[in-house]
Structure formats: C-alpha cells, structure tokens
Design a protein. Sequence first.
Length: 416
Amino acid sequence: MKNWAGNLEYSSTDVVRPESVAELAEVVAAAPQVKALGSRHSFNRVGDTDGVHVLLDALPQQVELDTARGTVRVSGGVSYGALCRTLEASGTAIHNLASLPHISVAGAVQTGTHGSGVENQALAGAVESIELVRASGEHATLSRADGDEFLASVVGIGALGIVTGLELSVRPSFGMRQRVLEDLPWENALSDFGAIVSSAYSVSLFTDYAGDRINQVWLKALDGEPPLSSLFGATAAISPRHPLPDMSAENCTVQLDQPGLWLDRLPHFRHEFTPSNGDELQSEFILPLEHAPAALQAVRGLADRLAPLLFVSEIRTGAADEFWLSPFYRQQSVALHFTWKPLQPEVEAFLPELEAALRPFGARPHWGKLFTAGGHDWEQLYPRFADFRSFAARHDPEGKFRNRLLDSVLGVPARR
C-alpha cells in the first residue's frame, strides 16, 4: 500500500478491515504492533507500522446528529465530505474545513489539520468527545470533563489509541461568498498582514516567495460580512482561479462572490471532485501570528533555492486551542504551508535550511507532513510535551502504536 501522494510505501506485514469496534479491539489486543489508516493523506510515516495496518472503511460509517446537545457523532472512517453533506441536509454545519473535503475526520483531527481564519480553531477545536481503542483492547470514551486525558488524546498523533468515533460541536448552517485577489504587493502584505488575514472569515494567501508580489489572496466571507474597504494594492480576479497559475479552476470551489453554502466555499476544492492521488509533497510550519511578517521575510530570503522546488505555498491563520500537541496550542497562529514538486530527495535536503530559518519564531511542524524529526526541540515547542510522553508510555507501554517516526519524536523508544 502507498499513501495518497505515492511518495511512500507502507511497511505493514498484514492489513485487516474489521467490521465492528469489537473486532477492532480484538485485533489491537492481539497485535504486537498496529496502526490505523484513514484517507492516507499524510506525507510522512506517522501512520506507518511494521506490524498490522487497520483500515477503518469496513466499520459502520455513522453520522448521528444530536440537535438537543448541538453535536454530531461521527465514526472513525467518515470523511469530511460525507459529514458535511449529512449536516447540511439537517440545516447544521461545522465551523471550519481543510482545503480538501476528502480527508477522514479522525485522521485530520489526530494530526492537527486545520482550515483558516484568525478566529477559527483547527478542526480539532470542534471535538467534544473522543472514542478510541487502547493498546490493551479497551474501548475508552473521553470528553472535555476528563481534563488532561481528553486534551492529550484529541491531537494524539496515533500514539494513544485508534480513534473509532468523535463527537463534534455543530452550529446552524450558514452562507458564504468567495473571491480571489491577485498580485498583492509583498510590501503591503507585510505592513498590513493583520488587517489582510482578518478581512474575511477565512483567508488564504498563495505565493512562491519569488518576486515582489503575492500571487493570490482567497477571501471566504460570511453572508453579511462587509465588503473590503481596500484591496491593499491587489486587483480582483475577473474569472475563477486555481491556486496554481497554470491549472484550470474547474475543480475549485465557486468564486467571484457568488453566494453559496459553507460546505461549498470553505474548502478550496469541490466535494464532487475526488482526487485519486496527488503528485506532490507537503510540509507545513505553524508559528505565533505576531511573528508572521518577520518569518515571511526569512522565507523570502530563501526564495532562490525554495521556488524551484515549489508548486505553491499557502499562508493561513488559526485561533488558539488547548490540545497538548496541537500546533495551535495556546497561540493564535500563522501556518506556512509548502506544496512541493515530487522531488523528495531535493526537498528533504532543503528542509533543514527552511526549518533553521523558521526556528527563531517557534515554528511547529504539521504532524502529517514532511519535516525533520530530529531537528526540533519538542519540549520547548510544546509545554505539555513531557506530560504527553508520559501518557503515551502509560497507555502503550509495549510500543504497540509506535513506529520509527514516533520513536524519533517522543525520544525514548517504547519496549517491544
């Protein structure tokens, strides 16, 4: 098996598709090493194992709305696309979405995946409770009332158990409009960065860091949000755009300020467009929002070596949360996302230089994308990191859910 991008082949010796949580628990209890795979949209080996891989697509795919509590329960293998269509049919919504709606809810939450918006938390911010199978086969449910156990487990990078269900908070359905600006001068982007990223419900900037202008700014505004008082020196696109300048916008969500529903505007790509694979690589680094102008200038200083490796870079924002290993833990953040050309040796050779440029700003790598595992002081980046390591050792003392990447991040290999 390979991941979505095709840049890695998994190491598992066996693949199983349990049809019930009870069957999954039996598999986990019996396996010396085991990991779950969702939509396989990770670009590194965070979900790899030398043992048994569990695919969750044969489990009952449930989406159960509780209107009285304002929540929805989703089973582990459900995608955001399926969840959103069910919610909208009931007149409800969730607060945020990633650029692709095809990723699994459980996998996205576990790795700290996010959308954009200075006041919008990452996807994990909607989680009210989490169900997971522990290394022993025990099926545990944790809610916000469980305090530290809950806060450690939601963005758990697969180290604390296999997620079988999540309860998410919902809100009434809402309408949005999307427009694209082009050729934003870098000078204005840096001087007015806070105003630009706060100018709509969700804002994304697309650039290759070369030249003196940012290629595109995508503005996803709520119905009723006032129009921009200034374009900050950019111009409004007069036809639909793809984030990559030479690509057709056919599969992108509707633009040109046409009204639509939240699920058809928050992602960058349409629900009905199903990408079978992606001939690309990805990295992302999340750092405090106040450091954005200086960090962007530091990256621009690498443009001559960076741009030839890039398809495009996306700049997004996110609100703070309380999950111990969330890249947004206790900081309003800017996220610098890099979509690389499929040149893995060259990208991996360049990553230490990029990470060194961003290190003074406290950049936290996205857990599901390419980064140098040994190149970060995890305890400095995450104040509760030592506590998370202790939780992982307690819940998985034999290292059933561990792999080489998690061993490298957590520092001390578990017993095997």
